[in-house]
Write a protein that binds this ligand. Structure first.
Ligand code: SF4
Length: 298
């Protein structure tokens, strides 16, 4: 009798154990899905990450200034920012590159789409000094003189701007031959022209990628409201007014020649100097898929 009781008790124990594991697995899957474990390196703020994900739900077209503000709160902690990689890259003839996450836009052709859609899930926080030191190490190993931050929007607001300026300052003061290229969508520099005066480094260049040739194409491609179409153009104008070397780039493959010409007309009317850079689309399968979902044809 005692043996039978023991077997029943053991069975019950095994049932409870397996049931508990099922519950733990379900909770873990949902927690991951909702972002509880979003940034593993920053586990203590997992709950606030959950709340942040709730208001990060996107409806197209969105207000990019509001999105910039929300994304900045996720990707910046103190004066540190989320980066997921540091690497030598072949562009511009060889450039030390820091890949960050978080953008005010969500372009259909973004090669970093998923990380910019859910920035809280990727990367580790790095201080400006740590970013600069990683970049300088790559430059030394590869004999590069060029530096950049890419994969994201480096300027989301004042805090990320300050972080970027500290990275630039630390890198450029190391060697007079070093040059830094800011790759930006121009939204915040167009909105906050008062920030332009802090970019007066002799070896700084600013490349601004506009996402459309007019309001409609801008909204379709960037995901943000069409009213913001002129901000990148305004940014180039302000930078050039401040004698900072800046130029505009556009994705050539998405537009007809006449559309590119109409953009050039706008630039002439706005007294923008210099050539319009024509970019080539990187046709990764997920890029083509995202473009199809937005009904953008090539
Ligand atoms: S602006 Fe650049 S980083 Fe941001 S979503 Fe568009 S392509 Fe990606």
């Amino acid at each position: 009798m005692a043996d039978i009781d023991l077997i029943t008790a053991n069975k019950k124990f095994l049932y409870i154990l397996s049931f508990s594991w099922i519950i733990i697995a379900i909770v873990a899957i949902f927690s991951w899905q909702w972002g509880f474990f979003a940034v593993y390196e920053n586990f203590p703020w997992k709950y606030s990450s959950f709340r942040r994900r709730l208001y990060m739900e996107l409806k197209f077209p969105f207000d990019p200034l509001q999105r910039a503000n929300e994304v900045e709160k996720i990707v910046i902690k103190g004066n540190s920012r989320l980066y997921y990689r540091f690497r030598p890259a072949p562009y511009y003839g060889g450039i030390a590159t820091a890949d960050a996450v978080g953008c005010s836009f969500l372009c259909a052709y973004c090669w970093n789409y998923d990380r910019n859609l859910k920035p809280e899930r990727f990367g580790k926080f790095f201080s400006p000094q740590a970013v600069a030191s990683n970049l300088l190490k790559i430059a030394e190993e590869k004999s590069f003189n060029l530096f950049r931050v890419t994969g994201s929007e480096p300027i989301l607001g004042e805090v990320s701007f300050k972080h970027l300026i500290e990275v630039i300052n630390t890198v450029l003061k190391r060697n007079a031959r070093f040059k830094f290229i800011i790759e930006t969508n121009g939204l915040i520099l167009g909105y906050r022209s008062d920030l332009v005066k802090y970019l007066k480094f002799p070896n700084l260049r600013v490349r601004i990628a506009t996402k459309g040739v007019d309001k409609n194409s801008f909204e379709l491609i960037s995901g943000s409201k069409k009213d913001f179409f002129l901000y990148p153009i305004k940014a180039v104008k302000e930078l050039q007014k401040g004698h900072i070397q800046a130029w505009l780039a556009v994705m050539e493959d998405l537009f007809k020649d006449c559309d590119i010409e109409s953009l050039k007309d706008i630039l002439r009317k706005e007294s923008i100097k210099g050539e319009l850079e024509l970019e080539k689309l990187e046709r990764y399968p997920f890029v083509l898929n995202n473009m199809k979902k937005r009904e953008i044809t090539l």
